[in-house]
Write a protein that binds this ligand. Structure first.
Ligand code: ADP
Length: 303
C-alpha cells in the first residue's frame, strides 16, 4: 500500500485491438488488414496512468477478466506505479476489449465489449473503502455502471474528498450524482449532450457552466480542444489557453487532461494553475500517436 496515495481512480480498463485497413469492410465481408496494434486503454486506466506519470500517487479500483488481457493489464498498472489493491480479476467475465479499425484517412470504427468493467459493483467498492479514505481526489468516468459511479461519489463526498467526474462517454446523469461531485470536466460534445448548449464562445461556455453550478457542481471545466479549457469556479471564470502544438493524434487528450488535473490538485495547486498544468500535459499528448503511449511524464513538462 502506498502511504502517500492521494488520488483514487474508479473506472474502466480495456485492451484496444487496432487494425489498419485501406477501406472499411462491408457487412459479411472478410478483409485483409494492414498493421495490428495491441494497446492498453479504457478511460479509467488511461487517466490513472496519466495521473501517475505526472507525479501523482495513484490507486485504481478496476475489474478485469482472469484472462490474458487482465493479467497483462495488472502488470502494466504495476509498471506504471499504481496501487492495484482494488483491482479484481473476475472469474466469470472477460476483460474489456475495444476492436478498432482505422482507415487511411484516420477515420475509425470502434466496438467496445465492456466485459468485467460492467460488473464493477458496490461490493468491490465497499471492500476497498480504505482507498477512498486515504485519497484526497477521486476521479471518475462513465465506462462502469452508473450505480457504482454514484455510490463512490456519495461515499467520497460524505468524507470530504474532492470528486471529479469526467462525463465520458456522455450519458444522462441524475441530479443526485451532480449533487455529489465537486468538479466536472466535459468536452464540448459532452457539454452539449448534457446541457443542450452549443459552445460558441465564452458567453455560451458560462451559460453551460451555470447549468452544472445550478445542480450543485462547484467547479466546471469545459475542455475546448486546441483552444484550451474554460474554467468556472466561485472565484474565477474564463478560458485558459493551451500550448500551440503540431497535433498528430488527439486520442487520450481528454484522459491526459483529467489525470494531470488530479495530479496537480493532489499537490495542492489551485484550480487555475491545475487547469494550466493539465492543458500543458494534454497538448503534449496530441503530438504523439496512441493512447497510453502518448501520455507524457512530469519531466517532459518541466523540461
Ligand atoms: P477530448 O479529447 O476529450 O475530446 P478535447 O478535445 O477538449 O477533449 O481535449 C482535451 C484537452 O487536450 C484540451 O483542453 C487541450 O488542453 C488539449 N488539446 C486537445 N487538442 C489540442 C490541440 N490540437 N492542441 C493543443 N492542445 C490540445
Amino acid at each position: 500500500m502506498d502511504q502517500d496515495q492521494k488520488i483514487l481512480v474508479v473506472g474502466s480498463a480495456n485492451t484496444d485491438m487496432v487494425i489498419g485497413v485501406d477501406k472499411f469492410p462491408l457487412p459479411g465481408q472478410t478483409l485483409l488488414g494492414n498493421n495490428f496494434l495491441l494497446n492498453a486503454g479504457g478511460k479509467g486506466a488511461n487517466q490513472a496512468v496519466a495521473a501517475a506519470r505526472l507525479g501523482g500517487h495513484v490507486a485504481i479500483i478496476a475489474r478485469l477478466g482472469n484472462d490474458l488481457f487482465g493479467n497483462q493489464t495488472i502488470e502494466n498498472f504495476k509498471k506504471e506505479g499504481l496501487n492495484v489493491d482494488g483491482v479484481v480479476l473476475d472469474n466469470k467475465l472477460p476483460s474489456g476489449v475495444a476492436q478498432i479499425v482505422v482507415d487511411k484517412s484516420g477515420e475509425n470504427t470502434i466496438v467496445v465489449a465492456g466485459g468485467a468493467n460492467l460488473a464493477l459493483n458496490t461490493k468491490q467498492i465497499n471492500k476497498n473503502a480504505d482507498l477512498i479514505n486515504a485519497s484526497e481526489v477521486v476521479l471518475l468516468q462513465l465506462e462502469i455502471p452508473l450505480g457504482s459511479v454514484l455510490y463512490v461519489a456519495k461515499k467520497a463526498t460524505s468524507l470530504g474528498k474532492k470528486v471529479i467526474l469526467n462525463p465520458a462517454p456522455a450519458r444522462k446523469l441524475s441530479n443526485e450524482l451532480y449533487a455529489n461531485i465537486y468538479a466536472i470536466t466535459p468536452n464540448e460534445t459532452e457539454t452539449r449532450y448534457l446541457t443542450g448548449i452549443k459552445i460558441t464562445g465564452e458567453e455560451s461556455a458560462q451559460h453551460a457552466a451555470d447549468f452544472f453550478h445550478n445542480k450543485g457542481v462547484r467547479v466546471v471545466i469545459i475542455t475546448l480542444g486546441a483552444a484550451g479549457a474554460f474554467l468556472s469556479t466561485p472565484d474565477f471564470s474564463g478560458t485558459l489557453a493551451t500550448t500551440e502544438v503540431e497535433a498528430v493524434d488527439s486520442t487520450a487528450a481528454g484522459d491526459t487532461f483529467n489525470g494531470a488535473l488530479a495530479s496537480a490538485l493532489s499537490k495542492g495547486m489551485g484550480w487555475v494553475d491545475a487547469v494550466s498544468f493539465a492543458n500543458k500535459a494534454a497538448a503534449l499528448s496530441v503530438t504523439k500517436h496512441g493512447a497510453q503511449a502518448s501520455i507524457p511524464f512530469l519531466k517532459d513538462i518541466q523540461g
